[in-house]
Design a binder for this molecule. Structure first.
Ligand SMILES: *Cc1c(COP(=O)(O)O)cnc(C)c1O
Length: 391
């Protein structure tokens, strides 16, 4: 057996078979380049689903994590540590949010946001104000409650009963949203500004503004799920900043840790003190090694860097927009969905053949490259993708 065949069969034997993996075993990486166990080199246009925002084994990020590992790797939340405090402070300074709760994943960040929203509404309006509107085609995670928040029936199958108190309205339909606001006793409205797993579907700016207005007028909290869109991905630090709105709660994860697991809930003015002692917690949350790495990546997401992200995104758009076999390109910054004439899987397989790793989302090829991908490799990857899209 070759190396990968053994890994694949052991994976099948010992790891719960929840993933449809590609037959590639990644052994190491440098920046936007990943290396397979067969010695093959790939340009990474997925960054571990938007996680490795400075690519593989980035030296500054590694140095920050290592420095902390040499001191202590974990303390629990019974004691104070600096990296978490500094990271929270930096998040607040860069966004204007007031307080941060750290957890370990996107689903957990959304769980915490939902808890906070329900407590806020219960205290102000009564416990019956517990319903949360989310959008059809959304994705908010895989725990029982975040599955309930996820507006896609296909994820709900097999796992009933889910947490109660979620209603779904179609993206970009302001009338349906307002009707749901009238007909329900609401705690919150939760949205992704670009529906990532749903196929990189951006919300219209009018729709987002209307939601924000309606929420404000009715003292309903607006939660923006920035798990995928956050941390520079769309060319702004957080995607809500593209819309000129002020959410009450923002959740994020994926790219924030630069490759280690972290989730964060950002609380605004109204919600900063909703969760009190004992209301919520996480054993690993705010882990100092993870936070030290996150702080090092967050500090580098300045205006100059974000302008580069925007520019690279525009380059991909302009190259692919009218390309042969491409029906549509959507998204923002370096979060891009490509609708192709061929089935996306065929395009992705052809890209793999030619040394480029892409993602999919619903019926689209999805690109979430490392935000610092050098122009040279971006050009190479786009060329391969363009060729693969051709009928
Ligand atoms: C990935 C994702 C999640 C879930 O994050 P996990 O870290 O896998 O729990 C939630 N919301 C959005 C928008 C996502 O893209």
């Amino acid at each position: 057996m070759t190396n990968i065949t053994k890994t694949m069969s052991d994976d099948k034997t010992y790891i719960a078979n929840t993933y449809a993996r590609f037959p590639i075993e990644i052994t190491r990486g440098r920046g936007c380049l990943l290396f397979g166990s067969d010695g093959k080199k790939y340009i990474d246009m997925g960054s571990g689903i938007g996680v490795n925002i400075f690519g593989a084994a980035d030296s500054k990020w590694r140095a920050a994590v290592k420095k902390q590992l040499d001191k202590i790797q974990h303390t629990s939340n019974l004691y104070y540590t600096k990296p978490g405090v500094r990271l929270a402070e930096t998040l607040c300074e860069k966004t204007g949010f007031k307080k941060v709760f750290f957890c370990n994943s996107g689903a957990e960040a959304n769980e915490g946001a939902i808890k906070a929203a329900r407590k806020y509404a219960a205290e102000r309006k009564g416990t019956e104000y517990s319903t949360i509107i989310t959008l059809k085609n959304s994705f908010h995670g895989r725990t029982i409650t975040t599955l309930a928040a996820t507006g896609q029936d296909c994820f709900h199958e097999h796992f009933q009963p889910l947490t109660q108190g979620f209603v779904y309205t179609p993206a970009n339909d302001a009338e349906a949203m307002k009707e749901a606001v009238r007909n329900n006793k609401l705690a919150a409205i939760m949205i992704e500004c670009i529906q990532g797993e749903g196929g990189v579907v951006p919300l219209d700016s009018d729709f987002v503004k209307e939601i924000a207005d309606t929420a404000k007028k009715n003292d309903i909290l607006l939660i923006v799920d920035e798990v995928q869109t956050g941390n520079g991905r769309t060319g702004k630090l957080y995607s809500y900043m593209n819309y000129g709105i002020e959410p009450d709660i923002v959740t994020t994860a994926k790219g924030l840790g630069g490759g280690l697991p972290i989730g964060a809930i950002l609380f605004g003015e109204k919600t900063a003190d909703v969760l009190g002692k004992g209301d919520h917690g996480s054993t690993f949350g705010g882990n100092p090694a993870v936070c030290a790495g996150a702080l090092s990546v967050l500090k580098r997401l300045d205006e100059k860097f974000l302008a580069e992200v925007k520019k690279k995104g525009e380059y991909i758009f302009s190259e692919l927009k009218n390309a042969d076999g491409v029906l549509n390109v959507c998204g923002k910054g370096l979060m891009i969905g490509i609708e192709t004439e061929k089935p996306p899987r065929e395009v992705i397989d052809e890209c793999i053949e030619n040394g480029v790793l892409c993602l999919s989302a619903k019926n689209k090829v999805r690109l979430l490259p490392p935000l610092n991908i050098p122009e040279k490799y971006l050009k190479q990857a786009v060329k391969v993708i363009k060729n693969a899209c051709k009928k």
